[in-house]
Design a protein around this ligand. Structure first.
Ligand code: 16G
Ligand code: ZN
Length: 546
């Protein structure tokens, strides 16, 4: 008998509407497909179909998010979310790339190939949870996803505008049996956990949040309404209502890389500021010190604060579980030293890209993971949650011990454990500062960042650079690592690594040292080395004369 997939006519009809231009190839990268929105309609259509196949295979709902995060407003992107709210499994990234690049004529053949290879029972039902960010192209591209879903007979629940982490959260709730999970479920859960943590007395100083003119603005506003202005005081900046463009001179990425305030923000010393990125899965904090110097509290500082707080509560509650932190090679050396030596917490290193950190973090009972760029969260093993919950209810424990367990349980409730979430991370930071009676000043002083510099070098083929040891060392071109080592040895506290970017056609160079001058000089020397040894193109990086 013909399988439902063999109803080729409707597929082909819709495929014609969402036809793939010739000679265009794209890859499912670190965070899904990303590129110029005007060239990607066929990708969205095909990802709708792929989500249906994955949903049938896993007999669970699958998420599809339409966003290009911190990219410019004319870009767009799409990523799939697996049943527990985690990123799409890596083996399916290859399948996604194959389907995206199949010619129009080969589309049905490619679909059949996936069905056969993955042994998918097409009689299964499929449910896709779809959402989008505020980009001008997002509505029509999410319609293309919907067409893909209907082409293969799947059911689509379209949530409209959401932040990326909200959709991750809703996918996990839905597959946990909460079939009516929606945006409100999110606000109710996180606002109630936050209020339990900080209600007495409420947070008194305000926090100004730059929402990058993105979807974070309306959503933070709603969260704020649920929490109440009597508990937290949030001022939203770059809310997308004015003439500012999405991610243009604003947002977490801009603030982190430029180390300066977003457009239109007049900063005052010691005030708390935060920036989300365009889909609100990243957050960085910042402030001005008494000399009006810009002070950045990036993903490393957020992770250190969270790790410190969890460690204190574990010690107080005497709950014996393994706490660990996961960073990437970009983590500031002094953050790693602080967590390892001062907090006595184990630090693991993972490759760039959230999924790599997440996978390492789940090896710990409680894993705190953050990229320096502000993407991160905390993972908690189920057995560990149970141990904490039992301690929180144990009347035989001394009051102080039980109290710490209750605080830890409530604190972990404020965390979106599926993926890094700017809103939930913000609540976590605000709750910790409140609990400790700290301003940004005390937080910033946990450790001092080592001066660092990031540069990029354009080469003919960036894949000639191969890395190992979580991208901290290169294995190719031959002899490159030895040369980098020699340069690093010239600088006090020197460290440098290079890696091919996963999102841009460049090689990235990172360097840190005891002074900004040294960090700049090391980064320059390594860039020149890359240019010479790895086939640099265009203008050669130059060392500034002293
Ligand atoms: C993507 C990743 C981010 C990573 C960045 C690196 C996700 C959701 N996002 O934006 O984690 O830091 O790529 O970009 O995984 P690069 O490879 O160009 O340096
Ligand atoms: Zn993002």
């Amino acid at each position: 008998m013909d399988s439902p997939l063999l109803q080729e006519i409707p597929i082909l009809k819709l495929a014609e509407v969402h036809s793939k231009p010739d000679k265009q190839a794209m890859a499912y990268g670190t965070a899904g497909f990303r590129g110029k929105a005007s060239k990607m309609d066929h990708i969205f259509f095909r990802m709708g179909m792929l989500a249906v196949l994955r949903s049938k295979m896993l007999k669970s709902a699958i998420g599809v998010m339409v966003t290009a995060s911190h990219n410019p407003v004319l870009d767009n992107g799409v990523k799939l979310i697996d049943p527990c709210g985690e990123m799409l499994v890596e083996s399916w990234e290859v399948i996604a790339t194959g389907l995206a690049n199949a010619s129009n004529d080969d589309l049905v053949k490619e679909l059949k190939k996936i069905v056969a290879k993955e042994n998918i029972d097409l009689s299964q039902t499929a449910t896709i949870l779809l959402a989008r960010d505020t980009r001008p192209s997002s509505l029509s591209l999410s319609n293309a996803v919907q067409d893909g879903i209907s082409a293969l007979g799947g059911t689509c629940r379209n949530y409209g505008l959401l932040t990326t982490p909200q959709l991750h959260y809703i996918v996990s709730c839905y597959n946990d049996g909460v079939k009516d999970a929606d945006e409100d479920t999110y606000y109710k859960w996180f606002s109630s956990a936050f209020k339990t943590l900080v209600n007495e007395p409420p947070v008194n100083s305000n926090v100004t949040v730059d929402c990058a003119n993105g979807v974070g603005a309306p959503k933070l506003n709603k969260l704020y309404e649920h929490i109440g202005a009597n508990v937290i005081d949030i001022i939203i900046h770059n809310d997308g209502e004015g003439c500012g463009k999405l991610n243009e001179k604003c947002g977490a990425d801009y603030v982190k890389i430029q180390q300066r305030a977003p457009i239109g923000l007049n900063m005052e010393p010691f005030h708390r500021y935060a920036s989300f990125d365009g889909d609100a899965d990243r957050i960085v904090y910042y402030s001005l010190d008494c000399d009006c110097n810009f002070v950045l509290l990036d993903g490393d500082k957020i992770a250190s604060l969270i790790t410190l707080y969890i460690k204190e509560l574990l010690d107080e509650s005497k709950v014996d579980v393994k706490l660990g932190m996961v960073q990437t090679a970009y983590a500031n050396g002094n953050s790693t030293r602080y967590v390892t030596d001062t907090l006595n917490v184990m630090v693991a290193c993972a490759r760039t890209g959230v999924k790599h950190l997440h996978h390492k973090a789940v090896e710990f009972d409680i894993g705190v993971y953050f990229e320096a760029n502000g993407h991160g969260t905390v993972t908690v093993k189920e057995e560990c949650s149970n141990v904490i919950e039992r301690a929180a209810k144990d009347d035989k424990l001394p009051a102080k011990q039980k109290d710490a367990a209750i605080k830890l349980k409530t604190f972990l409730d404020v965390i979106n454990k599926t993926v890094g979430d700017a809103m939930s991370d913000m609540l976590a930071v605000e709750a910790i500062l409140h609990a400790k009676g700290w301003s940004v000043r005390e937080w910033a002083q946990l450790y001092t960042d080592l001066p660092n510099r990031q540069l990029k070098v354009t080469v003919a083929d960036r894949t000639v650079i191969r890395t190992t040891d979580s991208e901290r060392r290169t294995t190719s071109p031959e002899g490159l690592q030895e040369e980098i080592d020699k340069l690093v040895a010239l600088f006090p506290n020197g460290r440098s690594f290079v890696r091919p970017s996963g999102t841009e056609d460049v090689v990235r160079v990172y360097a840190e040292s005891d002074t900004q001058e040294h960090a700049d000089s090391l980064a320059k020397k390594v860039s020149i080395l890359i240019y010479e040894k790895a086939g640099g193109v265009g203008e050669k990086p130059k060392e500034e004369s002293a």
